[in-house]
Ligand binder design. Structure first.
Ligand code: GLU
Length: 479
C-alpha cells in the first residue's frame, strides 16, 4: 500500500509554526516513500474559520515550498458526505440523538465537580424511549448526535513516535458528540471520514491530538475500517518550556517571513527541531532529508525553540546565496523600507550592496537599516556621528578628502583605487588613520557603525553621492 499523508490545518488562525513543522514531517515522509501529500482545510467551524486564514495558510505552505500533491480539499464542501455517515451510524444504532440542554449539561457537570469527579457526559439519553424522544421533539429541542462509546474498553495503538499507547474508554468523557444540533459535523467525525475517503495511511500530527486518537479509532471500527498508523510529534515550546506565544517574537510562518528568514532555512530548522539526520549534519535541504527521514530519529521530548540556532542556520543560507539571488530576496525588504530601487546606477551595484551586507546579517529584515545610507539622500546622521564630525580637524579632513577625490578623477571606483587616496589625505592632514576612517564613516554613512567602510565609500561614489556628503560636512558643523 503506498503512503498517503495529509496536513489538515483549521483556518481559525494564521499558519502556526507548529503546523508548519507537522507539514514538514508529513512532506518528508511522503517524499521518502514516494507517496502522496494531501492538503485539507478543516473549516467546519463556521464561527471561527475565516477566508483570510485559509489564504494565509496556503500562502505560508507555498512560501515554504511544501508542495502538496492534492488539494486543498475543503471540509465545508463535504458536509453532505459527513451527514450521510452520521445517518449511517444512527441507522446502525451506533449513534443516537441526545436532547440534553446546555443548562442540564452544566447542572450535570456541577454535580460531578461537587462529587470530586471528572466532568463527563453520563450517557443519559442513550436509552430514550420513542415516547421520550417525541416529547423532547415536541418541546422544540434540537438534538445533537452522539456516538456510543462502550466502557470499559481498552483502545491501543503503536504510535510511530511515542510507542505503544493505551487509553481506557472510561477516560473519554462519555458518548461523544459527532454532529451539532444544526446538523454540522464535528472534528473527530469529519477527520475520520476524510482520512478513510482519502486513503490516508499515516496520520502525522501534533501530540495535542493524542486524546482524540482513541475516539477516532473507535469511529474507524464503527465504520468498518482499519485505522491508519499514527505518529504524534512533540510540541514546540519556547526556551522556558512554555507554549510558544506571541511574546516569543513570532508564532506564525508569516511573521518568520517578515523577520527575514529564508524558507529553506526555516524548513531546515523545523526539520531539526525534533529530528536529526543519521549523519548529524545540521544544514540540509528538505530534499536531502527526505532520503533519510524516519520516525525512529524523532525525539519524544518536547522541542525547545532556539532562536540563536535558527538565526545561525539562516545566516548560513544567506551567505550561500549568489549576489543576484540575494538581491531578489532583499528587494521586498528594501521596498518595504521605502527605498527607491529604480534610481540605482546599475544591476551590479545592487548586487555589490547585497554582497556587502550579507556577511553582517542573520535575517533579511536586518538589511534595510544597514544599507539605508546607500539608498536615501539626504543622509540622516546619528548624534554620535555628528559629534564625530565636530571633532577638531575633522571638517577640514573631509574637505580635503573631497578635493582629493575630485582631483583623482578615478576611472573606476573601487576599494583599491580609494585606499591610496585615503592614505594620502591622512598624511597631508597629519591625521591618524583610525580617526580619519571613523570620521569618513560618520560623513558618508551618518553612523559610527556599519558595513566595510571602503566598500561603502566605493558604492556611494559609484552612485555619485560620496563627494556631496564629504562636502556637506563643513556646512553641517558650522552652526
Ligand atoms: N485540524 C486539526 C488542527 O488544525 C488537525 C487535525 C489532524 O491532523 O488530525 O489541529
Amino acid at each position: 500500500m503506498s503512503v498517503c499523508v495529509r496536513i489538515a490545518p483549521s483556518p481559525t488562525g494564521n499558519l502556526h509554526i507548529g503546523t508548519a513543522r507537522t507539514a514538514v514531517f508529513n512532506w518528508l515522509y511522503a517524499r521518502r516513500h514516494g507517496g502522496q501529500f494531501i492538503l485539507r482545510i478543516e473549516d467546519t467551524d463556521r464561527d471561527r474559520s475565516l477566508p483570510r486564514y485559509t489564504r494565509n495558510i496556503l500562502a505560508g505552505l507555498a512560501w515554504l515550498g511544501l508542495d502538496w500533491d492534492e488539494g486543498p480539499i475543503y471540509q465545508s464542501k463535504r458536509i453532505k458526505r459527513y451527514q450521510a455517515v452520521v445517518q449511517q451510524l444512527l441507522d446502525q444504532g451506533l449513534a443516537y440523538r441526545c436532547y440534553v440542554s446546555e443548562a442540564e449539561l452544566e447542572e450535570m457537570r456541577a454535580a460531578q465537580k461537587a462529587a470530586g469527579k471528572a466532568p463527563r457526559y453520563d450517557n443519559r439519553h442513550r436509552f430514550l424511549t420513542e415516547a421520550q424522544r417525541q416529547a423532547y421533539e415536541a418541546e422544540g429541542r434540537q438534538p445533537v448526535i452522539r456516538f456510543k462509546i462502550e466502557e470499559p474498553l481498552e483502545v491501543s495503538w503503536v504510535d510511530l513516535i511515542r510507542g505503544p499507547i493505551t487509553w481506557n474508554t472510561q477516560d473519554l468523557g462519555g458518548d461523544m458528540v459527532i454532529a451539532r444540533a444544526d446538523g454540522y459535523p464535528l472534528y473527530n467525525l469529519a477527520v475520520v471520514v476524510d482520512d478513510i475517503d482519502m486513503g490516508i495511511t499515516h496520520v502525522i500530527r501534533g501530540e495535542d491530538h493524542i486524546g482524540n486518537t482513541p475516539k477516532q479509532i473507535l469511529l474507524y471500527r464503527a465504520l468498518g475500517h482499519e485505522p491508519p498508523q499514527f505518529a504524534h510529534s512533540p510540541l514546540i515550546l519556547n526556551p522556558e518550556g512554555k507554549k510558544l506565544s506571541k511574546r516569543d517574537g513570532a508564532t506564525s510562518v508569516a511573521e518568520f517571513q517578515q523577520l527575514g528568514f529564508l524558507p529553506e532555512a526555516l524548513k531546515n530548522y523545523l526539520a531539526l527541531l525534533s529530528w536529526s539526520p543519521p549523519d548529524g549534519e545540521e544544514l540540509f535541504s528538505l530534499e536531502k532529508a527526505a532520503a533519510l527521514f524516519d520516525f525512529d530519529r524523532v525525539n519524544r521530548a518536547a522541542a525547545r525553540f532556539d532562536w540563536d540556532k535558527l538565526n545561525w542556520i539562516n545566516s548560513q543560507y544567506i551567505k550561500r546565496l549568489s549576489p543576484p539571488e540575494l538581491v531578489e530576496r532583499l528587494t521586498p525588504f528594501w521596498q518595504a523600507a521605502g527605498f527607491d530601487l529604480s534610481g540605482v546606477p546599475d544591476p551590479t551595484w545592487l548586487e555589490d550592496v547585497a554582497r556587502l551586507i550579507a556577511d553582517g546579517i542573520d535575517r533579511l529584515a536586518e538589511a534595510p537599516p544597514l544599507s539605508r545610507f546607500l539608498f536615501q539622500e539626504p543622509l540622516s546622521y546619528t548624534l554620535a556621528a555628528l559629534e564625530q564630525l565636530r571633532l577638531p580637524g575633522v571638517a577640514e579632513a573631509m574637505a580635503a578628502m573631497a578635493a582629493t577625490l575630485a582631483a583623482a578623477e578615478l576611472p573606476q571606483v573601487s576599494v583599491d583605487s580609494l585606499k591610496p587616496l585615503v592614505d594620502q589625505v591622512a598624511k597631508a592632514q597629519n591625521m591618524k588613520k583610525g580617526l580619519l576612517m571613523k570620521s569618513l564613516r560618520a560623513a558618508l554613512t551618518g553612523d559610527l557603525q556599519g558595513p566595510d567602510l571602503l566598500e561603502s565609500f566605493a558604492l556611494l561614489q559609484r552612485r555619485g553621492w560620496a563627494l556631496g556628503r564629504l562636502e556637506a560636512v563643513r556646512k553641517l558643523v558650522s552652526w
